[in-house]
Design a protein around this ligand. Structure first.
Ligand code: SF4
Length: 865
């Protein structure tokens, strides 16, 4: 125990901290500009000087660790005179533009000058002009105080090195940046203590005292589930702010979280219920719209039975909404035809892990990736798709010297941090995982306890061995398009000392054999030693996908993954709901969209844009007798609806999201729903009530019911979900290793024609679907679909790369689209990278509809002359 005094206030410390932190613990603020708790010590601003009683020497508080017996004074005349001197030097070049600086009111320089004053000897204004090279970030180096926080955060935390160095002297000193490296995370804005680096989204419009509503909530754009603060004024969101390093989000946000906050403000929001009449939509009252929905659903049930109705929910919805929808479909409608968009990939990961080690047997924390010594990133690009997971990967590589293996077929920004990069053939990542298992077994690098484990099913190890060896290593590697030496190197890296992390995503789970490939990855994890050796991280693309699965928005599972075929589980849920639960598994998303239903209720899922075979999906939906779509924007799917119900956005409602590490976190409304829009849960409950089974909507009440009916969520309620949320399972169950059911490996994807390409329909850093396409800042960065080629392929196609605008036609057997072409060295040869978020670009029409939710598909490309 370390006993010290700060301004005569006694303090006991269990571990040494510097004097800035120690003082903060007793409520004393020692001024500082260059010090930041998440960054290395710079120690140059000299404003944090303090005294030790009895010693004439002044000490920089940021560089002085608390030692037993220290008696620290932070505010003598001598210290304050030094502070006035420091501030005077800063002000001697600082522009007098506080009236127009958005930092006013939260500027360290302004605040300290107000507190201590400033001895300005001579004034010579900096001649630096604001720089607008970055579409989202203003850099005004005339205001810079040379603290170098931006340089350090970009290098030490983000590993992007955009801020290169300070050049020049005195008033002309400035920071040189390399904008080509910027991923627009805005972390530099967050750490800048003054107005030198600011968001262009709110330029000249932001002041802290403008805010009339502020809450801490969860970013809705990807499965990382970063916590952030949203600030609003007069019903409009005006800023998103990252939290500290201990919060989910690791102290940062990606570009979507920091600059995509304005989606709820969009003028394109649906604000009134719409009913289709004579081929067009007319505005309706809620009573008219809900009455029509209840009446038509009841008529269709009466005529064709409950199984003629189906429902889908997408990735923008809360757990409580997904729970209520599946309960409504099962009890009010009377069918198990309920699914969610995780069917396109993430559910394969969950089922593969469940069928191997059990989801209740472990927890993998995103921040734990930073502790790994070896990492396999397979079939996902966390730097773009789940950027805070990507941040943890970068931390591991840069700070923990982790060896990163990146295996993918398409463009993957993680490659630039990789020790080993494997360009795998499209659709064969499962083969690579199996090849690595084969090497681990052959070289004796596997977890030996598997041979005798009493917690494994009988014969587990021999089944695993037989599976790995059923195909020779040479054949597995040939299928995957990698050398045997590559597989051996990867296996040895992963089996080496230290913790591992296996991160996988849609490249695996949304491939033609998504479940089988995910199972191979899960078996690789188990072979290495499972949770004892490291974490496994299935990446959810959307904030609500994990939760929708957990809540039982699935055709064959009840809340908490209880099987619908289990009479006892059905009985348990039926007792809780006081209603019958249908016995037969329902249709999944693909089954529902292959025709045969009479009515569908689609919430927050633009399936026409997102699913393979967009035209086929649109045809199926058009042929329904009745389609209800509930969303925040007029999506391609909503355009086909008979009734469109306007829903509240993430910032306008309460509930919880569960991120891909299975952390349940609370979201809270910061503004009222725009127009006449309503929270999805309220709409579902109102329809159920009109149909004769009254339901109530209050997010906290539904949360209580979830905790009773969903075993992994037992005991999780709003009151417990504080700053970090709660990861499920709350209580770990013993791991029971299983070999998993039959894998159902299908035919895979068609080979590309000679000289042809595989289209890689990939998420991008700047978008995550329907919502982000309405974010002004994100559209500045990526406003439309494009086709990106490797430079060699571009040259082969006849592109000079000389800045000309080139358009290409991308054709498959099912469709053809024309896009602007780009040249991108990070796209592998033979691949055309096409971001998949742009509705209306017709991307989904390039792939036939059906179960093969192929992330890659063979296409031909022609340049348009
Ligand atoms: Fe975090 Fe994902 Fe939101 Fe980015 S999009 S801020 S990584 S939750």
């Amino acid at each position: 125990m370390i006993s010290i005094k700060i301004n005569d206030i006694p303090l006991q410390l269990e571990a040494p901290v510097n004097l800035v932190e120690a003082a903060a613990m007793v409520g004393v603020h020692i001024p500082h500009l260059c010090y930041h708790p998440d960054l290395s010590i710079h120690g140059k601003c000299r404003i944090c000087m303090v005294e030790l009683k009895g010693s004439p020497k002044l000490l920089p508080a940021c560089m002085t660790m608390a030692e037993d017996g220290m008696d620290v004074v932070t505010n003598t005349d001598k210290i304050n005179q030094i502070r006035r001197g420091v501030l005077g030097i800063q002000l001697s070049t600082h522009p007098f533009d506080c009236q127009t600086c958005d930092k006013g009111g939260e500027c360290r320089l302004q605040d300290y000058v107000h507190t201590y004053g400033a001895d300005v000897k001579k004034y010579a204004a900096s001649e630096e002009k604001p720089n607008y090279d970055n579409p989202l970030i203003e850099r005004n180096m005339a205001r810079c105080v040379n603290c170098r926080r931006c340089i350090r955060v970009c290098s030490e935390v983000q590993a992007d090195d955009v801020y290169e160095a300070m050049v020049g002297k005195g008033p002309n000193e400035k920071i040189v940046t390399d904008e080509s490296k910027c991923v627009h995370c805005g972390h530099c804005i967050a750490v800048c203590p003054v107005g030198a680096i600011q968001s262009r989204m709110s330029l000249h419009t932001y002041r802290p005292w403008y805010i009339d509503s502020e809450i801490t909530t969860v970013c809705p754009y990807c499965g990382d589930g970063c916590r952030l603060k949203l600030q609003a004024r007069k019903g409009r969101i005006i800023r998103a702010v990252s939290l500290d390093e201990k919060a989910p989000g690791l102290g940062s946000l990606c570009v979507k979280g920091r600059f995509g906050y304005d989606v709820p403000n969009s003028v394109e929001r649906l604000t009134k219920p719409l009913i289709k009449k004579s081929g067009g939509f007319v505005e309706a009252t809620w009573d008219e719209a809900l009455g029509l929905v209840a009446k038509r659903l009841a008529e269709i049930i009466a005529a064709d039975g409950p199984d003629a109705v189906g429902a889908l929910i997408g990735g923008r919805n809360t757990n409580e909404e997904a729970y209520l929808l599946q309960k409504f479909i099962r009890t009010t409608i009377g069918t198990n035809n309920i699914d969610n968009t995780a069917r396109l990939g993430h559910i394969n990961a969950l089922m593969a892990i469940e069928n191997t080690a059990g989801l209740l047997s472990f927890k993998s924390e995103i921040r734990g990736i930073a502790e790994a010594k070896s990492i396999l990133v397979i079939g996902t690009d966390p730097m773009a798709e789940n950027p805070i997971t990507g941040l943890a990967v970068k931390k591991a590589v840069r700070k923990n010297e982790a060896k990163l293996i990146v295996a993918d077929a398409g463009r993957n920004g993680s490659r630039k941090f990789a020790a080993q990069s494997l360009d795998v053939k499209p659709g064969s990542l499962g083969r690579l995982a199996r090849a690595i298992v084969s090497v681990l077994l052959a070289e004796g690098l596997y977890d030996k306890s598997l041979e005798t484990s009493e917690s494994a099913e009988p014969g587990f190890f021999s089944k695993l061995s037989a599976w790995a060896k059923a195909k020779p290593l040479s054949s597995l590697c040939a299928d995957a398009g990698v050398s045997e030496a590559d597989a051996v190197e990867a296996a040895r890296t992963l089996a080496s000392e230290g913790r591992t992390a296996i991160i996988f995503g849609a490249g695996v789970t949304a491939s033609a054999n998504g479940y089988a490939d995910a199972l191979a990855v899960a078996r690789l994890w188990v072979t290495l030693g499972g949770a004892a050796k490291g974490g496994i991280y299935p990446m959810a693309a959307k904030a609500g996908e994990q939760g929708a699965c957990d809540m039982g928005a699935l055709p064959d599972m009840l809340p908490g993954y209880s099987k619908i075929t289990s009479a006892s589980e059905r009985g348990r849920i039926a007792d809780l709901w006081n209603a019958r639960v249908p016995e037969m598994p329902g249709l999944d998303l693909f089954g529902m969209l292959s025709g045969g239903l009479k009515a569908m209720y689609v919430i927050g899922a633009d399936v026409v844009s997102a699913l393979p075979g967009g035209a086929g999906t649109a045809n199926t939906l058009s042929e329904l007798d009745f389609l209800v779509v509930q969303d925040i924007f007029m999506t391609e799917t909503a355009k086909l609806a008979d009734v469109v119900l306007p829903a509240a956005a993430f910032a306008e409602k309460d509930g919880t999201f569960t991120n891909s590490e299975r952390r349940v976190q609370r979201i809270t409304a910061v503004i009222e729903p725009v127009g006449d829009s309503r929270p999805d849960g309220r709409i579902i409950a109102d329809i159920a009530t009109l149909m004769g089974r009254p339901m109530r909507w209050k997010a906290s009440e539904v949360r209580e019911r979830v905790s009773v009916s969903t075993p992994p969520y037992a005991g999780i309620n709003f009151a417990l979900l504080k700053r970090r949320g709660i990861q499920w399972p709350v209580k770990l169950m013993p791991c029971e290793l299983r070999f998993g059911p039959a894998e159902g490996e299908g035919a895979g994807i068609l080979p590309a024609a000679p000289g042809g390409f595989y289209a890689d329909f990939a998420p991008s850093l700047y978008h995550s679907g329907t919502m982000t396409r309405r974010a002004l800042g994100l559209n500045k960065m990526a406003g439309s679909a494009y086709a990106a080629f490797n430079p060699e392929d571009a040259a082969r196609l006849g592109m000079s790369g000389a800045g000309e605008v080139v358009r290409v036609t991308v054709k498959s057997e099912t469709g053809s689209i024309t896009l602007e072409a780009k040249i991108d060295a990070s796209v592998p040869k033979g691949i055309v990278h096409i971001p998949d978020h742009f509705a209306g670009a017709g991307v989904s029409g390039l792939v036939p509809s059906g179960r093969a939710a192929a992330r890659f598909w063979p296409v031909a490309v022609e340049i348009l002359k």
